[in-house]
Ligand binder design. Structure first.
Ligand code: BES
Ligand code: MN
Ligand code: ZN
Length: 494
């Protein structure tokens, strides 16, 4: 059955049954010992297991009979001066992975020699929430011995000296935004098409986000021939969702995030091979990240003006589908020869970027897209590709990536690559040949941003199907939500 954690924070706690979680930094005393009793027996067990407090090392003990706890979980947090902000999420995630079956958990974060900030305590809880997330809504039988359909709620009492309510409100917003993004990406495409995705964006109105949904009628009037061309082969009509969060000063130019939302990518007439095609339900990871981000910013009432735009289409082969060789006219007026109908993401994004720039004249635009398989060849799953016309924006994004461990690696742009997408028949073609596939895709997008500071994040390797870790056990990672929230929080709020 699905597990949910309910958190409470206080500086005193009496564990009655359940798991007591205690910590130590390398070579120092354990937290919580005086409260859980049986100090001698615990110290001996910890000693015998050669536990030294190394980061994320653990010892799991059945509690001695004179302890009020049932289980005692000992967690190492490494050297006190080496713990990063992100480490608290990993520590929380590690604890969560070990207490999922517990009835109640008492966490002793009053660690000797270490005073945690409220945000560090809240980040610990965030790590727990992100770890425990599982997309199991379609499992009618959660496990062999399962009879219950309801969530199992585990009460987590965190023992801390700090008053953490404000910080916890922020991390709760982050958890919800990441989980929204993961849910959107994990959801199968028969359930989540463009119209259904747009409804999820519309639901952000409940948080104070202004949301407009453009249909094919408005998009036709705007001349979005590139985006609309992709949608031709699908029975399901396209949508463009425009989300505005106005938390900043009135009249201040917004910052803008744009997402690729291909709810399923068959490749179209240039159809993909069958093996692995099911993964293309996640080809809306960019749009999911933007939607999750807007959720976070609105929930925590970010003091910034932010626009989120997502282009939602399904790429299907059909009698009405566009063909290789077709020429479409984008909203910008530039014409595109469609060499490969599977290079559809850039066709969706080019109209979304142009529209965003024209309508909002934003301070900058950052787009996110599961754009190319080639970025997996270049960077694997450990970094998303970063492409930008602006060094300052790139540096801010890279730093936010290091802070959140949603890491970015910048790749080049330039004239030599740009000319690879010149077309014999139109202003440009939608593929650049075998080499430098991620870069030529980025060059294509750059033709739609004028001089506005812009960055493109190719998240094909990081949004889904990447290795699980302490804070994500799910196929969809929610990549980009924490990264961009960090970018906004550290540079664009006053
Ligand atoms: N959605 C894919 C890219 C992708 C691949 C995302 C693997 C996630 C995992 C994109 O639309 C695509 O098909 N790109 C082509 C471009 C090519 C036709 C120029 C690709 O990467 O092969
Ligand atoms: Mn494709
Ligand atoms: Zn695609």
């Amino acid at each position: 059955m699905p597990v949910k954690f309910e958190f409470a924070f206080a500086n005193t706690a009496t564990p009655a049954g359940g798991v007591a979680v205690i910590f130590s930094t390398t070579g120092t005393a354990l937290s919580g010992l005086s409260s859980i009793g049986a100090q001698g027996a615990v110290a001996k067990a910890v000693d015998l297991s050669k536990f030294k407090g190394k980061a994320l090392a653990s010892v799991d003990l059945i509690a001695p009979h004179d302890s009020p706890a049932d289980r005692i979980l000992v967690i190492g947090i490494g050297e006190a001066d080496k713990i990063t902000a992100h480490d608290w999420l990993k520590i929380g995630g590690t604890v969560a992975s070990k207490v999922k079956t517990a009835e109640a958990v008492t966490v002793y974060l009053d660690i000797p020699g270490l005073t945690l900030t409220p945000r560090q305590v809240a980040d610990f809880a965030l790590g727990m929430e992100l770890n425990v997330y599982a997309f199991d809504r379609y499992k009618t039988k959660k496990s062999d011995d399962d009879t219950k359909e309801t969530d199992k709620v585990t009460n987590v009492q965190i023992v801390t000296e700090q008053s953490v309510d404000a910080a916890f409100a922020v991390t709760k917003a982050i958890a919800e935004g990441v989980i929204l993004a993961r849910n959107l990406v994990n959801e199968p495409a028969n359930v989540l098409g463009p119209v259904e995705f747009a409804a999820q964006a519309k639901a952000l109105e409940a948080l104070g986000v202004e949301v407009e949904i453009l249909t094919e009628v408005e998009m036709t009037e705007l001349g979005m021939g590139a985006l609309l061309g992709v949608a031709l082969g699908s029975e399901r009509p396209p949508r463009l969702a425009v989300m505005q969060w106005k938390g900043g000063a009135e009249g201040e130019k917004p910052i803008a995030f744009i997402g690729k939302g291909v709810t399923f990518d068959t490749g179209g007439i240039s159809i993909k091979p069958a093996a692995g095609m099911e993964d293309m339900k996640g080809d809306m990871g960019g749009a999911a990240a933007v939607t999750g981000l807007m959720h976070v910013l609105a929930s925590r009432k970010a003091r910034a003006n932010v626009v989120g735009i997502i282009g939602l289409v399904e790429n299907m082969p059909d009698g009405k589908a566009q063909r290789p060789g077709d020429i479409v006219t984008s909203m910008s007026g530039q014409t595109i020869e469609v060499i490969n109908t599977d290079a559809e993401g850039r066709l969706v994004l080019c109209d979304a970027l142009w529209y965003c720039n024209e309508r909002f004249q934003p301070q900058f635009m950052v787009n996110l897209a599961t754009l190319t398989g080639a970025v997996l060849v270049a960077l694997g799953t450990a970094h998303a590709g970063l492409f930008s016309n602006d060094d300052a924006l790139s540096e801010k994004l890279t730093a936010a990536g290091l802070a959140t461990q949603e890491k970015l690696w910048r790749l080049p742009l330039g004239k030599d690559y740009d000319k690879m997408i010149d077309s014999k028949f139109a202003d440009m073609k939608n593929t650049g040949g075998r080499y430098a596939g991620s870069i030529t895709a980025a060059q294509f997008l750059q033709r739609y941003v004028k001089d506005t500071p812009w960055a493109h994040l190719d998240i094909a390797g990081t949004a889904m199907s990447s290795p699980t870790d302490e804070i994500n056990q799910s196929w969809a990672s929610g990549f980009g939500v924490r990264l961009l929230n960090e970018l906004v929080a550290s540079h664009y709020e006053h």
